[in-house]
Design a protein around this ligand. Structure first.
Ligand code: KG4
Ligand code: ZN
Length: 336
Protein backbone atom coordinates (compact mmCIF):
# COMPACT_ATOMS: atom_id res chain seq x y z
CA UNK A 1 0.00 0.00 0.00
CA UNK A 2 1.13 3.53 -0.72
CA UNK A 3 2.50 5.45 2.28
CA UNK A 4 0.29 8.11 3.76
CA UNK A 5 2.17 11.41 4.13
CA UNK A 6 0.58 14.30 5.97
CA UNK A 7 1.96 17.82 6.18
CA UNK A 8 0.71 19.29 9.47
CA UNK A 9 0.71 22.89 10.66
CA UNK A 10 0.17 24.05 14.25
CA UNK A 11 -0.08 27.75 15.18
CA UNK A 12 -2.66 27.81 17.98
CA UNK A 13 -0.52 29.67 20.52
CA UNK A 14 3.14 30.66 20.60
CA UNK A 15 4.80 27.85 18.64
CA UNK A 16 5.06 28.01 14.85
CA UNK A 17 5.22 24.30 14.11
CA UNK A 18 5.23 22.19 10.94
CA UNK A 19 5.71 18.43 10.66
CA UNK A 20 5.54 15.64 8.12
CA UNK A 21 4.03 12.40 9.43
CA UNK A 22 4.16 9.04 7.69
CA UNK A 23 1.36 6.50 8.18
CA UNK A 24 0.05 8.26 11.29
CA UNK A 25 2.90 7.64 13.71
CA UNK A 26 6.28 8.06 12.04
CA UNK A 27 7.82 11.51 12.35
CA UNK A 28 9.76 12.45 9.21
CA UNK A 29 10.23 16.02 10.44
CA UNK A 30 8.97 18.09 13.36
CA UNK A 31 9.93 21.76 13.27
CA UNK A 32 8.98 23.84 16.32
CA UNK A 33 9.88 27.51 16.27
CA UNK A 34 9.09 28.73 19.78
CA UNK A 35 8.28 32.36 20.48
CA UNK A 36 8.75 31.95 24.23
CA UNK A 37 11.70 34.36 24.42
CA UNK A 38 9.62 37.12 22.80
CA UNK A 39 6.60 36.66 25.07
CA UNK A 40 8.74 36.32 28.20
CA UNK A 41 9.33 40.08 28.29
CA UNK A 42 5.55 40.57 28.64
CA UNK A 43 5.10 37.82 31.25
CA UNK A 44 2.75 35.83 29.00
CA UNK A 45 1.61 35.31 25.41
CA UNK A 46 0.48 38.51 23.66
CA UNK A 47 -2.02 37.27 21.02
CA UNK A 48 -1.34 40.02 18.50
CA UNK A 49 2.43 39.51 18.72
CA UNK A 50 1.99 35.72 18.42
CA UNK A 51 -0.01 36.10 15.21
CA UNK A 52 2.55 38.48 13.71
CA UNK A 53 5.43 36.13 14.56
CA UNK A 54 3.59 33.20 12.96
CA UNK A 55 3.29 35.25 9.77
CA UNK A 56 7.04 35.88 9.88
CA UNK A 57 8.02 32.29 10.69
CA UNK A 58 5.57 30.03 8.90
CA UNK A 59 7.18 29.98 5.44
CA UNK A 60 10.59 28.99 6.77
CA UNK A 61 9.09 26.36 9.08
CA UNK A 62 7.23 24.86 6.09
CA UNK A 63 10.38 24.79 4.02
CA UNK A 64 12.46 23.23 6.80
CA UNK A 65 9.85 20.56 7.53
CA UNK A 66 9.62 19.50 3.87
CA UNK A 67 13.40 19.57 3.40
CA UNK A 68 14.10 17.56 6.53
CA UNK A 69 11.46 14.99 5.58
CA UNK A 70 12.92 14.93 2.07
CA UNK A 71 9.43 15.05 0.62
CA UNK A 72 8.21 16.47 -2.65
CA UNK A 73 4.91 18.29 -1.90
CA UNK A 74 3.37 16.41 -4.84
CA UNK A 75 3.70 13.17 -2.85
CA UNK A 76 1.70 14.41 0.14
CA UNK A 77 -1.59 12.67 0.91
CA UNK A 78 -3.13 15.67 2.72
CA UNK A 79 -2.46 18.99 4.43
CA UNK A 80 -3.63 19.34 8.04
CA UNK A 81 -3.80 22.31 10.36
CA UNK A 82 -4.98 23.16 13.86
CA UNK A 83 -8.40 24.77 13.50
CA UNK A 84 -8.87 25.33 17.26
CA UNK A 85 -9.07 25.85 20.14
CA UNK A 86 -6.45 28.57 20.46
CA UNK A 87 -5.74 32.24 19.84
CA UNK A 88 -7.86 33.21 16.86
CA UNK A 89 -5.32 35.46 15.10
CA UNK A 90 -2.62 32.83 15.55
CA UNK A 91 -4.90 30.05 14.28
CA UNK A 92 -5.78 32.02 11.14
CA UNK A 93 -2.12 32.11 10.08
CA UNK A 94 -1.80 28.31 10.12
CA UNK A 95 -5.20 27.87 8.48
CA UNK A 96 -4.31 30.20 5.62
CA UNK A 97 -0.91 28.60 5.11
CA UNK A 98 -2.50 25.13 5.00
CA UNK A 99 -5.27 26.21 2.64
CA UNK A 100 -2.85 27.92 0.26
CA UNK A 101 -0.62 24.85 0.24
CA UNK A 102 -3.51 22.42 -0.23
CA UNK A 103 -4.98 24.59 -3.00
CA UNK A 104 -1.67 24.91 -4.82
CA UNK A 105 -0.88 21.19 -4.77
CA UNK A 106 -4.52 20.02 -5.02
CA UNK A 107 -4.41 18.06 -1.77
CA UNK A 108 -7.23 17.30 0.66
CA UNK A 109 -7.42 19.66 3.62
CA UNK A 110 -7.90 18.41 7.19
CA UNK A 111 -9.00 20.84 9.94
CA UNK A 112 -7.80 19.26 13.17
CA UNK A 113 -8.71 19.83 16.81
CA UNK A 114 -5.72 20.77 18.97
CA UNK A 115 -6.85 18.64 21.93
CA UNK A 116 -7.43 15.60 19.72
CA UNK A 117 -3.85 16.22 18.59
CA UNK A 118 -2.55 16.20 22.18
CA UNK A 119 -4.26 12.84 22.78
CA UNK A 120 -2.94 11.35 19.52
CA UNK A 121 0.67 12.28 20.52
CA UNK A 122 0.58 8.99 22.44
CA UNK A 123 0.61 7.12 19.11
CA UNK A 124 4.31 7.94 18.81
CA UNK A 125 5.03 5.45 21.59
CA UNK A 126 2.20 2.93 21.57
CA UNK A 127 -0.94 1.65 19.87
CA UNK A 128 -4.06 3.13 21.36
CA UNK A 129 -6.64 0.85 22.93
CA UNK A 130 -10.28 1.65 23.53
CA UNK A 131 -12.21 2.70 25.49
CA UNK A 132 -9.42 5.19 26.14
CA UNK A 133 -9.37 7.67 29.00
CA UNK A 134 -7.38 10.83 28.30
CA UNK A 135 -6.32 13.28 30.97
CA UNK A 136 -5.91 16.51 29.00
CA UNK A 137 -3.84 19.04 30.92
CA UNK A 138 -2.61 22.19 29.20
CA UNK A 139 -2.52 25.97 29.45
CA UNK A 140 -6.18 26.22 28.52
CA UNK A 141 -7.67 22.83 29.43
CA UNK A 142 -8.06 20.30 32.24
CA UNK A 143 -10.38 17.53 31.18
CA UNK A 144 -11.02 13.83 31.56
CA UNK A 145 -12.30 12.47 28.26
CA UNK A 146 -13.46 8.92 27.49
CA UNK A 147 -12.95 8.03 23.82
CA UNK A 148 -14.40 5.08 21.94
CA UNK A 149 -12.72 3.37 18.98
CA UNK A 150 -14.89 5.33 16.54
CA UNK A 151 -13.81 8.52 18.35
CA UNK A 152 -17.21 9.26 19.80
CA UNK A 153 -16.46 10.54 23.27
CA UNK A 154 -17.76 11.74 26.59
CA UNK A 155 -16.30 14.51 28.77
CA UNK A 156 -16.29 12.96 32.23
CA UNK A 157 -14.92 15.98 34.05
CA UNK A 158 -13.51 19.42 33.42
CA UNK A 159 -12.23 22.39 35.30
CA UNK A 160 -14.77 24.66 36.94
CA UNK A 161 -12.38 27.62 36.82
CA UNK A 162 -8.68 27.83 35.82
CA UNK A 163 -6.90 25.24 33.71
CA UNK A 164 -4.01 23.58 35.54
CA UNK A 165 -1.34 25.10 33.26
CA UNK A 166 -2.89 28.52 33.77
CA UNK A 167 -2.74 28.04 37.57
CA UNK A 168 0.92 26.99 37.29
CA UNK A 169 1.71 30.06 35.17
CA UNK A 170 -0.12 32.45 37.54
CA UNK A 171 1.57 31.10 40.66
CA UNK A 172 4.93 31.31 38.89
CA UNK A 173 4.27 34.91 37.96
CA UNK A 174 3.58 35.88 41.58
CA UNK A 175 6.83 34.18 42.56
CA UNK A 176 8.65 36.28 39.94
CA UNK A 177 9.50 33.28 37.72
CA UNK A 178 9.69 33.66 33.92
CA UNK A 179 6.92 32.60 31.52
CA UNK A 180 5.94 29.77 30.99
CA UNK A 181 5.96 29.18 34.70
CA UNK A 182 4.96 25.52 34.75
CA UNK A 183 8.38 24.22 33.90
CA UNK A 184 10.06 26.66 36.36
CA UNK A 185 7.84 25.56 39.26
CA UNK A 186 8.48 21.96 38.30
CA UNK A 187 12.27 22.53 38.50
CA UNK A 188 12.07 24.33 41.86
CA UNK A 189 9.66 21.75 43.27
CA UNK A 190 12.15 18.97 42.65
CA UNK A 191 14.51 20.58 45.19
CA UNK A 192 11.84 21.31 47.85
CA UNK A 193 9.56 19.55 50.31
CA UNK A 194 5.80 19.95 50.69
CA UNK A 195 5.95 21.81 54.00
CA UNK A 196 3.17 24.36 53.36
CA UNK A 197 -0.35 23.06 53.96
CA UNK A 198 -2.76 23.88 51.13
CA UNK A 199 -6.52 23.26 51.03
CA UNK A 200 -8.05 20.15 49.49
CA UNK A 201 -10.40 20.82 46.62
CA UNK A 202 -13.99 19.64 46.59
CA UNK A 203 -16.18 19.76 43.48
CA UNK A 204 -19.87 18.77 43.24
CA UNK A 205 -19.07 16.35 40.40
CA UNK A 206 -16.28 14.13 41.71
CA UNK A 207 -14.49 14.11 38.32
CA UNK A 208 -14.43 17.87 37.80
CA UNK A 209 -11.35 19.92 38.64
CA UNK A 210 -10.81 23.26 40.33
CA UNK A 211 -7.53 25.13 40.59
CA UNK A 212 -8.43 28.73 41.40
CA UNK A 213 -8.90 28.05 45.14
CA UNK A 214 -5.47 26.46 45.24
CA UNK A 215 -3.94 29.38 43.37
CA UNK A 216 -5.61 31.90 45.76
CA UNK A 217 -4.40 29.92 48.78
CA UNK A 218 -0.82 30.18 47.49
CA UNK A 219 -1.19 33.93 46.97
CA UNK A 220 -2.65 34.38 50.47
CA UNK A 221 0.17 32.33 51.93
CA UNK A 222 2.78 34.52 50.24
CA UNK A 223 1.12 37.70 51.58
CA UNK A 224 0.87 36.20 55.10
CA UNK A 225 4.54 35.24 55.19
CA UNK A 226 5.46 38.74 54.00
CA UNK A 227 3.23 40.37 56.63
CA UNK A 228 4.74 38.27 59.38
CA UNK A 229 8.26 38.94 58.14
CA UNK A 230 9.04 35.29 57.52
CA UNK A 231 11.30 34.22 54.68
CA UNK A 232 9.45 32.32 52.03
CA UNK A 233 11.00 28.99 51.12
CA UNK A 234 10.22 29.09 47.40
CA UNK A 235 11.26 25.50 46.54
CA UNK A 236 9.08 24.23 49.42
CA UNK A 237 6.14 26.35 48.28
CA UNK A 238 6.62 25.15 44.68
CA UNK A 239 6.66 21.56 45.90
CA UNK A 240 3.57 22.08 48.08
CA UNK A 241 1.68 23.58 45.14
CA UNK A 242 2.89 20.88 42.76
CA UNK A 243 1.83 18.03 45.04
CA UNK A 244 -1.59 19.60 45.62
CA UNK A 245 -2.27 20.41 41.95
CA UNK A 246 -0.94 17.17 40.47
CA UNK A 247 -2.41 15.22 43.40
CA UNK A 248 -5.83 16.44 42.34
CA UNK A 249 -5.25 15.24 38.76
CA UNK A 250 -4.15 11.83 39.96
CA UNK A 251 -7.01 11.41 42.39
CA UNK A 252 -9.69 12.31 39.83
CA UNK A 253 -8.09 10.11 37.17
CA UNK A 254 -8.04 7.21 39.61
CA UNK A 255 -11.74 7.70 40.36
CA UNK A 256 -12.49 7.77 36.63
CA UNK A 257 -10.53 4.54 36.07
CA UNK A 258 -12.45 2.79 38.85
CA UNK A 259 -15.81 4.03 37.56
CA UNK A 260 -15.35 3.58 33.79
CA UNK A 261 -12.68 0.84 33.63
CA UNK A 262 -11.02 2.02 30.40
CA UNK A 263 -8.58 -0.29 28.60
CA UNK A 264 -6.04 2.50 28.17
CA UNK A 265 -5.27 5.74 30.03
CA UNK A 266 -3.11 8.44 28.47
CA UNK A 267 -1.75 11.83 29.43
CA UNK A 268 -2.11 14.71 26.98
CA UNK A 269 -1.08 18.38 26.83
CA UNK A 270 1.76 20.62 27.97
CA UNK A 271 1.43 19.74 31.67
CA UNK A 272 2.08 16.09 30.72
CA UNK A 273 5.72 17.28 30.64
CA UNK A 274 5.58 17.72 34.43
CA UNK A 275 8.14 15.49 36.14
CA UNK A 276 6.01 14.76 39.21
CA UNK A 277 2.96 13.84 37.11
CA UNK A 278 5.15 11.61 34.91
CA UNK A 279 6.62 9.80 37.90
CA UNK A 280 3.30 9.34 39.76
CA UNK A 281 1.06 8.50 36.78
CA UNK A 282 2.31 4.90 36.34
CA UNK A 283 1.23 4.23 39.95
CA UNK A 284 -2.41 4.53 38.87
CA UNK A 285 -2.44 0.82 38.14
CA UNK A 286 -5.39 -0.62 39.99
CA UNK A 287 -5.46 -4.24 41.18
CA UNK A 288 -7.86 -6.45 39.21
CA UNK A 289 -8.04 -3.97 36.35
CA UNK A 290 -5.89 -4.45 33.27
CA UNK A 291 -5.36 -0.85 32.43
CA UNK A 292 -2.57 0.20 30.09
CA UNK A 293 -1.03 3.55 31.04
CA UNK A 294 0.88 5.72 28.56
CA UNK A 295 2.79 8.98 28.87
CA UNK A 296 3.54 10.83 25.62
CA UNK A 297 7.22 11.46 24.82
CA UNK A 298 8.47 14.81 26.16
CA UNK A 299 8.93 16.29 22.67
CA UNK A 300 5.25 15.70 21.93
CA UNK A 301 3.78 17.10 25.19
CA UNK A 302 3.97 20.84 24.62
CA UNK A 303 2.57 22.23 21.39
CA UNK A 304 3.94 20.69 18.19
CA UNK A 305 2.71 19.83 14.71
CA UNK A 306 3.66 16.12 14.81
CA UNK A 307 0.66 15.47 17.06
CA UNK A 308 -1.59 17.32 14.60
CA UNK A 309 -0.32 15.06 11.80
CA UNK A 310 -0.96 11.97 13.95
CA UNK A 311 -4.51 13.13 14.65
CA UNK A 312 -5.16 14.16 11.05
CA UNK A 313 -4.23 10.64 9.91
CA UNK A 314 -7.22 9.30 11.89
CA UNK A 315 -9.45 11.88 10.20
CA UNK A 316 -7.96 10.93 6.83
CA UNK A 317 -8.93 7.29 7.41
CA UNK A 318 -12.47 8.43 8.25
CA UNK A 319 -12.44 10.66 5.13
CA UNK A 320 -13.18 13.69 7.28
CA UNK A 321 -11.88 16.37 4.96
CA UNK A 322 -12.61 20.07 5.24
CA UNK A 323 -13.64 22.48 2.56
CA UNK A 324 -11.88 25.74 1.96
CA UNK A 325 -14.62 27.69 3.73
CA UNK A 326 -13.83 26.08 7.11
CA UNK A 327 -12.91 28.75 9.64
CA UNK A 328 -10.86 28.55 12.82
CA UNK A 329 -12.48 28.46 16.27
CA UNK A 330 -11.04 30.01 19.44
CA UNK A 331 -12.80 27.89 22.06
CA UNK A 332 -13.55 24.21 22.45
CA UNK A 333 -15.61 22.42 19.83
CA UNK A 334 -16.14 18.77 19.10
CA UNK A 335 -12.88 16.79 19.12
CA UNK A 336 -13.54 15.78 15.49
O1 KG4 B 1 -0.23 22.22 25.53
P1 KG4 B 1 0.57 23.44 25.76
O2 KG4 B 1 1.95 23.53 25.17
O3 KG4 B 1 -0.22 24.70 25.24
C1 KG4 B 1 -1.60 24.76 25.34
O4 KG4 B 1 -2.28 24.12 24.51
O5 KG4 B 1 -2.05 25.41 26.31
O6 KG4 B 1 0.64 23.67 27.34
C2 KG4 B 1 1.30 24.77 27.89
C3 KG4 B 1 1.16 24.73 29.39
C4 KG4 B 1 1.68 25.99 30.06
O7 KG4 B 1 0.73 26.43 31.02
C5 KG4 B 1 2.96 25.50 30.73
O8 KG4 B 1 3.29 26.23 31.91
C6 KG4 B 1 2.60 24.07 31.05
O9 KG4 B 1 1.92 23.62 29.91
N1 KG4 B 1 3.80 23.24 31.29
C7 KG4 B 1 4.08 22.67 32.48
C8 KG4 B 1 5.33 22.01 32.32
N2 KG4 B 1 5.76 22.20 31.03
C9 KG4 B 1 4.80 22.97 30.42
N3 KG4 B 1 3.39 22.65 33.63
C10 KG4 B 1 3.92 21.98 34.67
N4 KG4 B 1 5.12 21.34 34.60
C11 KG4 B 1 5.84 21.32 33.46
N5 KG4 B 1 7.01 20.67 33.41
ZN1 ZN C 1 -1.56 22.55 23.56
Amino acid sequence: MQDNLILAIETSCDETAVAVIKNGNQILSNIVNSQIKIHQQFGGVVPEVAARKHVENISLALKLALNEANINPKDLSAVAYTAGPGLIGALHVGALAAKSFAFLYEKPLIATNHLFGHIMANKFVTNLEFPLLALIVSGGHSELVLLNADFTYQILGQTLDDAIGEAYDKVARVLGLPYPGGVEIDKLASTGSATYPLPEVKTPNLLDFSFSGLKSAVLQLILREERENRDLNIPNLARSFQEAAIGQLLEKTKQAIIKYQPKHVVLAGGVAANSYLRSEFPKLVIDQLETKLTIPPLYACTDNAAMIGAAAYELFKLKKFSDFKTSSYPSSQALL
